[in-house]
Design a binder for this molecule. Structure first.
Ligand code: BG6
Length: 472
C-alpha cells in the first residue's frame, strides 16, 4: 500500500531520543555509586573507558538544554541501579536519588517527558557476585529496585521501560559484556534460558508493581525487535524464518504480552536441553502482568535460510545481526540491502514491516525506543559536523513510521539512538550515533565540549513540523 493520503503524526507524538546510564553518565564511582558489571569488566583494547563516558552526570543541564533546543517532547534515559542502590539491594544512596530527581526535574522544566528504562545492561557488581540473573533471587532484587524507583520518581515519571534488549542479552550477551556464559558453552543452554526466564518473571513483577503503586503510569518492555526474512520463497526458508522470528522476537513479546512462552521457541529449547525451570508461581506472575505499550529498538532486519544442521552456531560479530542455529535457521546477508560503515544492514522498509507485524500480533501502542546510525563523524575546523548520512538514515525511517501510521498502527513516539554521542557497547566512541557531538576520543577524554551536528538542526525542524517536513 502506498497511501495516496498519509495520516499525520499524532498530536502528542513523543519525538525525542535515547541514552543509557553506563554509556553516557560517567562518574562511575562518584557520589556513592556502586560498581556495575560494566565498571568491572575488561575494556576491549582501543575503546574508551566508561568511568567518564561523556560525563552527562556533570553536564546534564547543558545536555537537556540542547535537547530542549531541538524541541524534544521526550528523553529516554536509563537509571543506573548502583547509583540508587550501590549494592543492588539494601541501602539507598541519597545522592543517586538526588541526581535522578534533578535530571527528571530538568526535563520537566522544558516539558520533556522522561521515559525511564529501569535496566540497561548494567547489573550491580555485588549482585553479579551473588549469581546475577542465574538465581531466582534476582526476581526479588529487581522488584525491590523497582519499588525504590516508583516510590522516588513515580510522582513525575509517567513512562517506564523494564529491561532493555533482554533478547540481545540472551542471544549475544557476552558481546555486550553482561551475561554469564560458562566457558566452553554456547548461548543455547539451560543456564542461559534460566537467566532469561528470571528476567521474564522479574519484569512481569515490576509491571504489576507499577500498576499497583502508580495507577496513572504506563509501563512496557524494550526488546530489540526486527522481522526475520526468508532468504528465498523456498518453503524450507520460510520455516527457518518462522523459527528465528520465534526465538528472536516472539518468545519475548509473547511472554511480555500474553504471559506465555511461544510454542516454537519452547519446542526448540526442549530439543536442545535448554528449557528453563518454570514454577507455577512464575507462570502466575507472568500471566498477571500486562504492559500498557510495547517499547522496542529497531536497527535492521535479519535474513535466514534453512539449515541442514552442519553449520557452526554463532553470531555475525555484532549484537544486532543474524545468528545461525544449526538445524533451525542459518544466517545470511540480504543482497537487497546496503550496510553501514560498521557492517549493519540498513532497512527502512523493514522497519514498517516490523511494526505492522508487531501491531497485528499484539494490538498495543508502539513506542520506538531506539533506531539510528553508528558512523565515524568528523568535527571540522569551524566546529561543524556534516552528518548528512545520518539525516538520510533517519529521514527514511521516519517516513516509514508515517506509512505505518497510515496503515493503522498506533505509534506513540520515536526516540532514536542517541540523543548525544556516547560510548558504544563494544566499539568505543568512534562509533557515534548522537545529534550532539562530544569532543572526546577512545584514547583521550578531551574537552568534552558539545557541538550541534547538522542532524541536530534537521531534527529540530522535523519536530517543529510534527514530522511533516523531512527535507534538508
Ligand atoms: C542497542 C543498545 O542494542 O544498540 C544500546 O540498547 C547500543 O545500548 C545500541 O549502544 C547500538 O549498539 P552499539 O553496539 O553500536 O553500541
Amino acid at each position: 500500500m502506498l497511501h495516496k493520503n498519509l495520516n499525520p503524526f499524532p498530536e502528542h507524538f513523543l519525538w525525542g531520543a535515547s541514552t543509557s546510564a553506563y554509556q553516557v553518565e560517567g562518574a562511575a564511582l562518584e557520589d556513592g555509586k556502586g560498581p556495575s558489571c560494566q565498571d568491572v569488566k575488561e575494556i576491549p583494547a582501543g575503546t574508551a573507558d566508561l568511568s567518564v563516558s561523556v560525563d552527562h552526570y556533570h553536564h546534564y543541564k547543558e545536555d537537556i538544554a540542547l535537547m530542549a533546543e531541538m524541541g524534544f517532547k521526550s528523553y529516554r534515559f536509563s537509571i543506573s541501579w548502583t547509583r540508587v542502590l550501590p549494592n543492588g539491594t539494601g541501602e539507598v544512596n541519597p545522592k543517586g536519588i538526588e541526581f535522578y530527581n534533578n535530571l527528571i526535574d530538568e526535563c520537566l522544566k522544558y516539558d520533556i517527558e522522561p521515559i525511564v528504562t529501569m535496566f540497561h545492561f548494567d547489573m550491580p557488581a555485588a549482585l553479579d557476585e551473588r549469581g546475577s540473573w542465574s538465581t531466582h533471587d534476582s526476581v526479588d532484587w529487581f522488584a525491590e529496585y523497582a519499588r525504590v524507583l516508583f516510590e522516588n520518581f513515580g510522582d513525575r515519571v509517567k513512562y517506564w521501560l523494564t529491561i532493555n534488549e533482554q533478547n540481545m542479552l540472551t542471544l549475544v550477551g557476552p558481546v555486550i559484556g553482561t551475561l554469564h556464559v560458562p566457558e566452553g558453552t554456547t548461548n543455547l543452554t539451560k543456564e542461559i534460558y534460566q537467566q532469561n526466564h528470571h528476567q521474564l518473571v522479574a519484569q512481569a513483577k515490576a509491571m504489576q508493581l507499577c500498576h499497583e503503586m502508580l495507577p496513572d503510569a504506563k509501563i512496557g518492555p524494550a526488546p530489540n525487535i526486527s522481522l526475520v526474512y526468508p532468504a528465498s520463497s523456498k518453503p524450507e526458508d520460510v520455516i527457518a524464518a518462522q523459527n528465528f522470528n520465534a526465538l528472536r522476537n516472539w518468545l519475548y513479546l509473547d511472554a511480555y504480552v500474553f504471559g506465555e512462552y511461544n510454542n516454537l521457541a519452547w519446542a526448540y529449547l526442549e530439543e536442545n536441553d535448554a528449557l528453563p525451570t518454570v514454577t507455577d508461581e512464575d507462570r502466575a506472575i507472568m500471566k498477571a502482568a500486562k504492559p500498557d505499550f510495547i517499547g522496542f529498538n529497531y536497527y535492521n532486519t535479519a535474513t535466514v535460510e534453512a539449515s541442514d544442521g552442519s553449520e557452526v552456531a554463532g553470531a555475525n560479530g555484532d549484537q544486532q545481526s543474524n545468528q545461525t542455529f544449526p538445524g533451525f535457521a542459518k544466517s545470511v546477508d540480504n543482497p537487497n540491502l546496503v550496510k553501514t560503515e560498521f557492517g549493519w544492514e540498513i532497512d527502512p522498509i523493514g522497519f514498517r514491516a516490523t511494526v505492522r507485524e508487531m501491531y497485528s500480533r499484539y494490538r498495543l501502542p508502539l513506542l520506538v525506543t531506539e533506531n539510528g546510525l553508528g558512523a565515524y563523524d568528523t568535527l571540522t575546523e569551524d566546529g561543524k559536523i556534516h552528518d548528512n548520512y545520518r539525516i538520510e538514515y533517519l529521514r527514511q525511517h521516519i517516513a516509514q513510521i508515517q506509512l505505518a501510521i497510515s496503515d493503522g498502527v498506533d505509534m506513540l513516539g520515536y526516540n532514536p539512538w542517541s540523543a548525544i554521542d556516547l560510548i558504544s557497547t563494544h566499539e568505543g566512541i568512534r562509533k557515534r550515533y548522537g545529534f550532539i557531538y562530544v569532543d572526546r576520543t577512545d584514547e583521550e577524554v578531551g574537552s568534552l565540549k558539545r557541538y550541534r551536528k547538522d542532524s541536530f538542526f534537521w531534527y529540530k525542524k522535523v519536530i517543529a513540523t510534527n514530522g511533516q517536513d523531512l527535507s534538508d
